[in-house]
Design a binder for this molecule. Structure first.
Ligand SMILES: C[S@@+](CC[C@H](N)C(=O)[O-])C[C@H]1O[C@@H](n2cnc3c(N)ncnc32)[C@H](O)[C@@H]1O
Length: 305
């Protein structure tokens, strides 16, 4: 098998990274063993243990989970050690949410036995955090990964008005992850799509779909209760463009503005990303040479009905 050259690496980076794809995608795209042995000297050394866990902290020995008190959140692992598990959701699911982010929200905005909905629950991270904290999860996804998640398009929720105590959602951030073949997947809608009419914004279809999802969450939340939305901005290089030429998609700002029309904004948290890709020297080199930024943080937008 031949060693990937600089152009191959750069092309892959442009497709995958500038976007904000999340931690789980490392699992699928890890090169084969034979490829790894062929690492040319010019590539930076990668410590495999640190790749798995940035600060080398093993399950069962992670820092205790306290309540974070500033608007800048960081934790050295995707998961935290609870009394009954060392993993919540699945590290193998592309785009799985860091479970400790959900833990922080549930500790602040819910109490025991509260009903928590996650309409895009993926690998079930929210369910596992709810179990750890004695909350009652209701979980949906178009591509459910386990039996306790019901298949459902989140633009229409099979729930009564004013019936849940908290909502968490980590939606697709444009088209960077291929979640499923289902045409209704919002991850198939490009947040950088150019407008077709004068009165349309860029990414019209993506935002229209998200508007429907957020309207449903508003409907099912009890008055005075909270919603947490975890999202990243995105950037896509122009095909054949010069360094720096591309489309910036301010998804966090757009969704914040959209939600503010109905909800009351509570706060914006900046969550530091510990994506293993951010530790790879070649991605940083490309970001410099191609004049784009790697996504270093996600927004956590907190709203109240
Ligand atoms: C970022 S992932 C969520 C990850 C999840 N929080 C976890 O920790 O595993 C986004 C999810 O949105 C789901 N999704 C996309 N469009 C959807 C739709 N219209 N209705 C329901 N789920 C959808 C995808 O299948 C994917 O699982």
């Amino acid at each position: 098998m031949s060693t990937p050259n600089r152009d191959d690496i750069r092309k892959k980076i442009e497709q995958e990274l500038a976007s904000g794809a999340k931690s789980g995608d490392k699992q699928k795209r890890r090169p084969q063993r034979s490829q790894k042995r062929q690492r040319p000297d010019s590539k930076p050394y990668i410590n495999k243990k640190l790749q798995r866990n940035p600060q080398g902290i093993r399950p069962g020995k992670r820092p205790p989970m306290g309540i974070m008190t500033t608007t800048l959140w960081e934790y050295p692992s995707q998961h935290y050690d609870s009394s009954n598990s060392t993993m919540q959701g699945s590290k193998d699911y592309i785009g799985a949410t860091p479970s400790w982010v959900i833990y922080q929200l549930l500790k602040r905005y819910t109490k025991e036995n509260d009903i928590v909905i996650d309409p895009m629950c993926g690998s079930g991270t929210t369910i596992d955090v709810c179990k750890d904290l004695n909350r009652k999860p209701i979980a949906f996804d178009l591509n459910p990964q386990r039996p306790d998640i019901k298949k459902n398009d989140s633009r229409k929720l099979p729930l009564e008005d004013d019936s849940v105590d908290f909502a968490f959602i980590d939606p697709p951030y444009s088209t960077h992850v291929d979640y499923s073949d289902d045409d209704r997947c919002i991850g198939k809608l490009d947040a950088g799509q150019q407008p077709e009419h004068d009165d349309e914004i860029m990414g019209h279809d993506y935002y229209e779909a998200m508007d429907s999802v957020l309207a449903e969450l508003y409907r099912v939340l009890k008055p005075g209760k909270h919603l947490g939305l975890y999202v990243s901005d995105s950037w896509k290089k122009k095909k054949g463009g010069q360094p720096g030429e591309g489309t910036f998609m301010p998804i966090g700002f757009e969704l914040f503005a959209m939600m503010s029309q109905a909800f009351t904004p509570v706060d914006i948290i900046c969550v530091v990303r510990h994506n293993t890709k951010l530790q790879r020297g070649n991605w940083h080199k490309a970001a410099e040479e191609e004049n784009f930024f790697l996504r270093g943080f996600n927004y956590l937008l907190i709203m109240r009905k």
